[in-house]
Design a binder for this molecule. Structure first.
Ligand SMILES: NC(=O)c1ccc[n+]([C@@H]2O[C@H](COP(=O)([O-])OP(=O)(O)OC[C@H]3O[C@@H](n4cnc5c(N)ncnc54)[C@H](OP(=O)(O)O)[C@@H]3O)[C@@H](O)[C@H]2O)c1
Length: 252
C-alpha cells in the first residue's frame, strides 16, 4: 500500500515513515526538502499518484497568527484537492488535544480550521489528536519565561513521546477511516509546573518555575483540563522520566 507522508521529513513524519516501512508499506516522505510543497502545490500531483492514503503531519514554519492560519488553510485546501484528484481513499491528519476548547490560541484556531476543512473535504478521513510532545517541553518553557522565571497556569498536562505519537498515527493510517477523531496521550498526567520543573532540572536549567493563575499558554488562558484528553484516549507507553534518562541522540 502506498502512503504519502506530508511533512515526512519532520519530527513525527520521519518516525511515521520508518514505522510504516518496518511493516512493509510503501511510505513516501513529502515536503519542500523532497520537492513537494503544499502551499504552492509543487510536486503534489506527482507524489500522490497511486497513493491510497495521505498522512498530513506537516507544520507551519511560523506560529504568528496570520502566517499559521494561512499555512493550514492553503496547504489543506491544496492537499484535499490533489488527494481527491489522485483517488486517495483515506486522509489522515495530526492535530492537538483540546484544539476546539482553546480559541484564544492563534495556533489552535488554525488547527481547528484545518480540521473543519478535512471534515467537509469529501474524502474518508481520520483526525488524530495528540497531547504535547516531550520534545516540545523546552519550547513551552521558553515561551513562558520572563527574565529567569517560567510562569505557568494552574492546569494539567499529559504529554507524550514523539515515538508514541508516530506509532499511533501509523496505526490509524493503515486502518479503516474513522470519519472522526481519536485522542492519544502520554501514560501520566502532570501539574503543568511539575512537568516543566522536571524537564528543566534534567538539563540543569536553573530557571525558577512558578504557578500563576494569569499565565497564558501561547497567548491563551487555559481551563484546568483544557489540554488533557477525555477518558478512553489511547495511551502511549514511554514515561517522561524514562525519556529524560535517555541520551539525547537515542531518545525514541
Ligand atoms: N508540538 C506538539 O507538542 C504537538 C502536539 C500535538 C500535535 N502536533 C502536531 O504535530 C504535527 C507535526 O509536528 P512536528 O513537530 O513533527 O513538525 P516539524 O518537525 O516542525 O516538521 C514539520 C514538517 O512540515 C514540513 N513542511 C513545512 N512546510 C511545508 C510545506 N509548505 N509543504 C509540505 N511540507 C511542509 C517540513 O518540511 P521541511 O523539513 O522540508 O521544511 C517538515 O517535514 C503538527 O501538525 C502539529 O500541529 C504537535
Amino acid at each position: 500500500m502506498k502512503l504519502v507522508i506530508i511533512g515526512g521529513t519532520g519530527l513525527i513524519g520521519s518516525k511515521v515513515v520508518t514505522k510504516l516501512r518496518e511493516h512493509g508499506h510503501d511510505a513516501v516522505p513529502a515536503s519542500p526538502d523532497t520537492g513537494v510543497n503544499t502551499l504552492t502545490g509543487d510536486g503534489l500531483a506527482e507524489v500522490l499518484q497511486g497513493a491510497s492514503v495521505v498522512v498530513d503531519v506537516s507544520n507551519s514554519p511560523s506560529f504568528e497568527e496570520k502566517a499559521v492560519m494561512d499555512f493550514f488553510t492553503t496547504a489543506t485546501r491544496n492537499l484535499l484537492k490533489a488527494a481527491a484528484a489522485a483517488g486517495v481513499k483515506h486522509y489522515v491528519a495530526l492535530s492537538v488535544v483540546g484544539t476546539e476548547r482553546i480559541p484564544d490560541s492563534a495556533y489552535l484556531r488554525a488547527k481547528n480550521t484545518q480540521e473543519t476543512l478535512i471534515r467537509n473535504g469529501g474524502i474518508p478521513y481520520s483526525i488524530v489528536h495528540a497531547t504535547q510532545f516531550f520534545e516540545f517541553v523546552t519550547r513551552i518553557a521558553d515561551e513562558a519565561t520572563v527574565g529567569t522565571t517560567v510562569r505557568v497556569p494552574p492546569a494539567l498536562i499529559q504529554p507524550m513521546a514523539a515515538d508514541d505519537v508516530a506509532k499511533a498515527v501509523a496505526s490509524v493510517a493503515v486502518g479503516t477511516p474513522l470519519n472522526g477523531m481519536v485522542e492519544v496521550a502520554g501514560p501520566q498526567q502532570f501539574r503543568f509546573d511539575e512537568l516543566i520543573r522536571q524537564g528543566l532540572s534534567a538539563r540543569n536549567d536553573p530557571r525558577e518555575v512558578v504557578v500563576d493563575p494569569h499565565a497564558r499558554y501561547f497567548g491563551a488562558e487555559l481551563e484546568e483540563r483544557a489540554l488533557v484528553p477525555a477518558e478512553g484516549a489511547r495511551l502511549g507507553e514511554i514515561r517522561f522520566q524514562e525519556w529524560l534518562g535517555q541520551p539525547v541522540l537515542q531518545r525514541r
